[in-house]
Design a protein around this ligand. Structure first.
Ligand code: GLN
Length: 493
């Protein structure tokens, strides 16, 4: 059934509806693909029995003529940051080893309600802190992509690197991700797939292992804009268990994909150019502008003057919230415990042994910027700048409907290439972070390849809760780009 894994989500859905194959056959094909791709290290917990049981239940529903969900019988993978009842959920940290949540995150519960089939949990940077999936306690993910004529393993991006690599490699037809400062859009860019981070509040954060609560937002990965739209629709919705989830109906995202962008006002922010950005990215951006023009959109130059402060602002706010959120891992309530002298000794030993270097760095930075005497200078100042960044966007959206930018300042890099330089690593998210700070929706669309044959693409940002316009613009871009590249299957065992 090798050809079943070549279908995208929408095609598989239609095939199930036409009874061309069963959900059990589809699940078996994806289980095989998952097992054949173990050397990518993208899936850290495989749940094949669960997948087959879910698929058989989907087949039984269909046979009975029962009402079906939007994802009925569709196999997906889940980022390890989402708590899944009875299945180890550890955000790829040593400190949560063995933690099997007694509850289900709302986003995954919504997916199961929509009929989705659970294939497994995906690898990620520890507690979602990273841009390369090299901070995972379970080892790095290997991207299915390689540079032409170069066998060095490439990173899949991060922090949702396992999810993006899985979708790119044809393991599952979609995956969940979470984006705090780029962790859906950047790995989608490195893996040549679509990834959408919706507006803050669109998906419930309940049962997602917290990193920075004012920024964390769930979203979806798919091989096409349509696939990502279908999956996001199944994940989103109001949840009384998360007071920041917004009570407004979830639009039919798939119905928004008309491809018509005539008269759409597309903003081009002057500030999204950074020194050292490869010419290929600038060219791709210009090409994107030309495609939108050809489709009848109106191109408008805009300015987002506080963009240059977004990265430092993010790296104050995100660690501050992380230091507070991660205080709960103390060896008493969850996961790892290393006994020390007294309660403080146990905290110290547990946290020293349980957290990796990047997580410790963030806890120290976060604790520092929140401490007496520094709070006003760093944390409060960052909150003020965050408001200015949000205001830049609000002013821009008086003139434009969407904003078109590069997603990343470079294509995927090799393992270890920049792992020793935290600032170089943080720079990966320079184009992703401003929208995160403003809580706005953003999507990555693959549009081309570098001269070395690795994926590149563009980001579309939109107004709060205007995912339909963002998705439709992305769909138009995707059609214009006619991007069909898939990685070679060198990894298949
Ligand atoms: N790479 C960024 C960081 O390390 C963003 C991570 C994310 O969005 N979870 O914080």
């Amino acid at each position: 059934m090798a050809d079943l894994v070549d279908l995208d989500l929408a095609a598989a859905r239609d095939g199930l509806a036409n009874k061309a194959f069963s959900a059990a056959e589809l699940a078996s094909a994806h289980i095989k693909a998952m097992e054949a791709a173990r050397n990518l290290n993208a899936i850290i917990v495989e749940t094949p029995e669960r997948a087959l049981a879910d698929a058989k239940a989907a087949d039984a529903r269909r046979a009975k003529g029962a009402s079906l969900g939007a994802m009925d019988g569709i196999p997906v993978t889940i980022k390890d940051l989402f708590c899944t009842r009875g299945i180890e959920s550890r955000a790829c940290s040593k400190i949560l080893a063995g933690f099997k949540p007694p509850y289900e995150s709302t986003v995954t519960a919504n997916l199961w309600k929509a009929g989705a089939v659970m294939l497994g949990k995906t690898n990620m940077d520890e507690f979602a802190m990273g841009s390369s999936n090299e901070t995972s306690a379970l080892g790095p993910v290997v991207s299915p992509w390689r540079r032409r004529g170069d066998n060095r393993p490439l990173v899949p991006g991060g922090s949702s690197g396992g999810s993006a690599a899985a979708v790119a490699a044809g393991i599952g037809l979609g995956a969940t991700g979470s984006d705090t400062g780029g962790s859906i859009r950047q790995p989608a860019a490195f893996c040549g797939i679509v990834g959408i981070k919706p507006t803050y509040g669109r998906c419930s954060r309940w049962g997602m292992i917290a990193f920075a609560s004012s920024l964390d937002q769930a979203g979806s990965f798919g091989r096409t804009v349509r696939d990502a739209a279908i999956m996001l629709g199944a994940m989103a919705g109001h949840d009384p268990l998360d007071s920041t989830s917004v009570d407004r109906p979830v639009p039919d995202y798939e119905a928004a994909l008309t491809g018509n962008v005539k008269g759409l006002r597309v903003g081009i922010p002057n500030e999204y150019r950074v020194p050292g950005m490869p010419a290929a990215i600038e060219e791709l951006w210009q090409q994107g502008i030309a495609w939108f023009k050809a489709l009848g959109a109106e191109i408008v130059d805009i300015s987002l003057p506080h963009t240059k402060y977004a990265l430092p602002t993010y790296y104050v706010i995100a660690p501050a919230e992380a230091s507070s959120n991660l205080a709960r891992y103390d060896g008493v309530r969850y996961g790892l415990r290393v006994d020390g002298e007294g309660v403080i000794g146990t905290y110290e030993k547990t946290r020293a042994a349980g957290f990796g270097a990047e997580v410790k760095r963030r806890i120290m930075i976060g604790t520092y910027v929140l401490s007496a005497g520094y709070y006003d200078a760093y944390y409060l100042k960052a909150q003020q700048v965050r408001a200015l960044i949000a205001r830049d966007f609000a002013q821009a959206y008086e003139k434009v409907d969407v904003i078109l930018t590069p997603t990343t300042p470079s294509a995927a890099f090799a393992h270890g290439e920049i792992a020793g330089d935290p600032v170089a690593m943080y720079l990966n998210d320079v184009f992703a972070v401003p929208a995160s700070l403003a809580g706005l929706p953003g999507i990555h669309v693959p549009t081309g390849l570098t001269s070395e044959g690795t994926p590149l693409g563009l980001q579309i940002l939109g107004r709060t809760f205007d995912e339909p316009t963002v998705l439709n613009a992305a769909h138009a871009l995707e059609r214009a780009a006619q991007y069909t590249a898939r990685p070679d299957s060198w990894w298949r065992q």
